[in-house]
Design a protein around this ligand. Structure first.
Ligand code: ATP
Ligand code: MG
Length: 415
């Protein structure tokens, strides 16, 4: 008896056909755009020592408290499937001894991330992110440039129209201390109405409450003070410079004082690219400045700024699906011509032409296979053709066919 078919684990998905092509389009576009800004691509392991995330994301973040895939491996070490990649990149900077040379470093990455979440549209347990980080740059120009690279990707994908950059500042330590006191006063006055999670945040990291998704919390957040009156002149000047550079770069911005980002260690700039076209999962790209993170990994002070974007959400926004390439079908008439056809199909591929050879069947069968593949042309190779060094070139869109020299056929098809 056949075994029951197995299913993918809840919250995971197979990427096949059109879906994979959409993902590929997003990642390929991001890779090429960031390369133009001088980002180099890094790949870090998909699992890390659990402390890499516990230290960096903070013990009040949703990710650390509820969403991490952590387990003890056979050697007794606690490891975690990465829920995001910024911590891994900072860990890699330190582990590879790169904190002293060639700063700033501009790093791009793309790959799967893992969070134990309630799966819904645009929210999965294995999902994919692209991201960009500028490590070792304290200047507002770095914030502006990394954001501009993100905007450039959205533009190249043709989806920037429906997306807005919401931006805020979390100031420097002095501004944040003053702001934290104002927030504690506000939230303490509404303590009884806060969610359990937010009462914990009130003790540990009150700024986090601004990021709460709880309905009741959101009503209290709506009347909370903003940071602006608490900014030091230096922090205000930093934010102004970022906004001015973004205006120069042509990136449209909307100030939103509620943007704090879900993770600890942010300072100064915090931002999200949001759309109203994806329902509740409307944030497609998010990031900010994280000046303390590399130190947390055991490195020297290394002010840095970056963002991460959800590939699934960007892929959903693409208006048109990238088409599968249309091959040229090489068709041997009879088994005796198969080796000659095999030689021809390899010459086409060497010339950069997507080419296929059907493995079996008579002329009719192999033509049917060519049509199934949406081939744009067929090259039919019979005994007489092989002897004369020619081939029948059939244009499958126009329905025309001529006998041409093999070199000429390759030349035409690769044009
Ligand atoms: P959200 O508020 O949607 O939970 P987040 O603040 O947890 O987002 P980040 O940690 O900033 O998200 O991750 C950056 C981006 O990665 C998000 O803006 C989103 O596009 C994407 N992302 C995050 N979690 C998921 C997920 N579970 N499934 C798909 N995409 C995700
Ligand atoms: Mg989340």
């Amino acid at each position: 008896m056949a075994s029951p078919a197995l299913q993918p684990v809840r919250g995971t998905r197979d990427l096949i056909g059109e879906e994979h092509r959409r993902h590929h389009r997003v990642i390929d576009t991001a890779r090429r755009a960031t390369a133009l800004y001088g980002f180099e691509e890094w790949a870090t392991p998909v699992f890390e020592d659990t402390r890499v995330f516990a230290r960096s994301l903070g013990d009040t973040s949703d990710v650390v408290t509820k969403e991490m895939y952590s387990f003890t491996d056979r050697g007794g070490d606690s490891v975690t499937l990465r829920p995001e990649n910024t911590a891994g990149i900072c860990r890699a900077l330190v582990s590879n001894g790169l904190t002293q040379s060639n700063l700033p470093r501009k790093v791009f990455y793309a790959g799967p991330m893992f969070r134990y979440e309630r799966p819904q549209k645009g929210r999965y347990r294995q999902f994919h992110q692209i991201g960009a980080e500028i490590l070792g740059a304290a200047e507002p120009l770095a914030d502006a440039e990394v954001i501009a690279a993100g905007w450039d990707i959205l533009t190249r994908l043709g989806i920037s129209d429906g997306v807005v950059l919401e931006i805020n500042t979390l100031g420097d330590a002095e501004s944040r201390d003053a702001y934290r006191a104002a927030l504690v006063a506000h939230f303490t006055a509404h303590r009884d109405a806060l969610s359990d999670d937010s009462r914990v945040r009130l003790e540990k990291n009150p700024l986090r409450i601004l990021d709460s998704k709880d309905e009741g919390d959101r009503r209290i957040v709506a009347t909370a003070p903003t940071i602006e009156p608490h900014l030091t002149p230096a922090a205000a000047a930093f934010f102004d410079a970022v906004l001015r550079h973004l205006a120069t770069l042509g990136v449209p911005t909307r100030k939103n004082p509620r943007i704090v980002r879900g993770l600890d260690y942010y300072s100064h700039t915090a931002f999200e690219f949001v759309t109203d076209r994806l329902g509740a999962q409307g944030t497609v790209m998010a990031g900010g400045r994280y000046d303390g993170l590399v130190e947390e990994m055991g490195g020297p002070p290394t002010p840095s700024v970056g963002w991460a974007a959800g590939v699934e959400r960007l892929a959903m926004l693409l208006s048109a699906s990238p088409a599968a390439p249309r091959p040229v079908a090489v068709i041997p008439v009879g088994e005796a011509q198969e080796d000659a056809a095999l030689g021809l199909v390899q010459r086409l591929r060497a010339a950069g032409v997507v080419a296929e050879i059907a493995y079996k069947g008579n002329l009719k069968r192999r033509m049917e296979r060519a049509n199934k593949l949406s081939a744009r042309a067929a090259l039919i190779l019979g005994e007489a053709e092989a002897a004369a060094g020619v081939v029948q070139l059939r244009d499958l869109d126009a329905g025309t066919q001529d006998s041409v020299a093999i070199d000429e056929a390759i030349r035409r098809l690769s044009a």
